[in-house]
Design a protein around this ligand. Structure first.
Ligand code: PLP
Length: 454
């Protein structure tokens, strides 16, 4: 602790952290001595030992959850935090988080209010529906809807829609947890309206539709339209719910992409409840939105489970501000990074990639070479699973340094750069690299090219 370097470090780090770093480094040295590996006593001089202690301190002091650069080309990448929030949303977060707010307080009446009131109006304005509420995420939304409407009763669902989303979210398991009795109808590839009709009994509490988020059925297939299912539900007095997964508000076909069902359309088809995520194609914070008939939404709000899935004020602030951007579609597409990345044209990606290669400049080609290549990006986040978005890649073709070494070194960079490896090349997809990150990526590649003896 008295080594000059550590005395100097004590102005930057708390003493407890320095002690821990010293202990960890000394433990390692002891183990090395015990293994007979460390025989040179000079290496135990405090001045020498304090060097790895400083390295250890830097890594101990670094926040665990930190920004990374997404060079994978997967836009809504669940492992990398899904959607990037728009600038205006960040400003809103700052102002709401740094002070008190009217979270559950009615400013007009001076009495207790509802936290849902902040987004209920704008959700209905943009998408329709008689009432709305929000919970922690879409998985929670699905669970609480099922629990409220179908606990101890039967919920009818097509065999072709029993999806697994990932992270162990599987429709049959969620239904079981909700206490609903799952009644599967149809076959893997084809489900007819009569299959639903035959399954309806006095025990039926719900007809459930689930969006096939991450796969598609092609070939000899048949599905039942939401409209037809709604008519059937009305006839038998059974509510119809749709788990839409990715909450898309914009008609993708207007931007030259395949159609994704929008929340507005699903509600217009007459379904009684729809649920979707806030952080997939919507491009906002993690949240689960529930929209639909007022009596049903009121029952869900009153469900004691709701308290356990309650949405937090930061999320509410971020969600409201994201939704406000959707009042003007052009503004939404311009300001919401998730949408901007989906709609980025190949032409602009070509010039971005060329720009990145130019920034990297001439490097010694020993470790690897830098080339431009065509490739594909993915929307991710359970939407348009078959859609390949044409993109332009900056590829690092392995030389002395293997592609896996390059990938690992980029991942260890500060900030970490996450890239894909394919055919002995590390691919940097400029679609998901943000403007302010291009210089950092270029510098990291230059540094890597200079690593000797790779
Ligand atoms: C993504 C998804 C979910 C889960 O949503 P989270 O936001 O991850 O909780 C549920 N259902 C469908 C159809 C989905 O695509």
């Amino acid at each position: 602790m008295a080594a000059p370097r550590l005395v100097e470090a004590s102005s930057r780090y708390p003493r407890s952290l320095i002690v821990r770093a010293v202990q960890e480094v000394l433990d390692e040295l002891r183990r090395a001595i015990a293994r007979g590996e460390l025989l040179d006593a000079n290496r135990l001089e405090p001045d020498r030992v304090s060097l790895p202690v400083i390295d250890r301190l830097e890594s101990l002091d670094r926040p665990h959850l930190r920004p990374v650069i997404n060079a994978t080309g997967v836009i809504v990448h669940t492992n990398l935090g899904r959607s990037i929030l728009p600038e205006r949303v960040l400003e809103r977060l700052r102002s709401v988080a740094g002070g008190y707010s009217n979270l559950e307080y009615r400013l007009d009446e001076g009495m207790r209010g509802s936290r849902y009131s902040h987004v209920e109006g704008i959700l209905q304005e943009l998408m329709g529906g008689e009432a709305a509420m929000v919970v922690n995420n879409n998985a929670a939304a699905v669970l609480i809807c099922l629990e409220t409407l179908a606990q101890g009763r039967e919920a009818v669902v097509s065999r072709g829609q029993l999806v697994e989303i990932g992270g162990a979210f599987r429709i049959p398991d969620v239904m079981k947890k909700s206490g609903a009795v799952m009644v599967e109808v149809g076959t893997t590839n084809k489900t007819h309206l009569r299959d639903y009709e035959e399954a309806i009994s006095s025990e039926t509490g719900l007809l459930l539709r689930v969006h096939r988020s991450n796969f598609q059925l092609v070939g000899f297939t048949q599905d039942v339209d939401a409209k037809d299912l709604v008519a059937l539900g009305r006839k038998h007095g059974v509510p119809v719910m749709e788990d839409l997964g990715s909450g898309c508000l914009v008609d993708f076909s207007r931007y030259g992409l395949p159609r994704e069902p929008t929340v507005q359309e699903v509600l217009a088809s007459g379904v009684d409840l729809v649920t979707f995520s806030g952080d997939k194609l919507l491009g906002g914070p993690q949240a689960g939105v529930i929209l639909g008939r007022k009596p049903l939404v009121e029952r869900i709000k009153a469900n004691p489970l709701n308290r356990a899935m309650r949405i937090d004020k930061l999320t509410l602030a971020a969600l409201e501000e994201t939704l406000r951007l959707y009042r003007d579609e052009e503004t939404a597409v311009r300001c919401i990074p998730t949408l901007g990345m989906v709609f980025r044209s190949y032409k602009s990606l070509r010039s971005r990639a060329a720009g990145l290669k130019r920034r990297i400049g001439k490097i010694d080609p020993g470790n690897f070479t830098v080339v431009l290549a065509d490739g594909t990006s993915k929307t991710g986040g359970g939407a348009l699973p078959l859609l390949d978005l044409p993109t332009r890649l900056v590829a690092l073709a392995a030389g002395r340094m293997s592609a896996h070494r390059i990938e690992k070194r980029l991942r260890e960079h500060d900030p970490p750069i996450i890239a894909r490896v394919e055919n002995d090349r590390v691919l940097l997809d400029v679609r998901t690299i943000q403007d302010g990150e291009l210089a950092t990526v270029a510098r990291a590649v230059q540094q890597l090219a200079r690593v000797p003896g790779a």
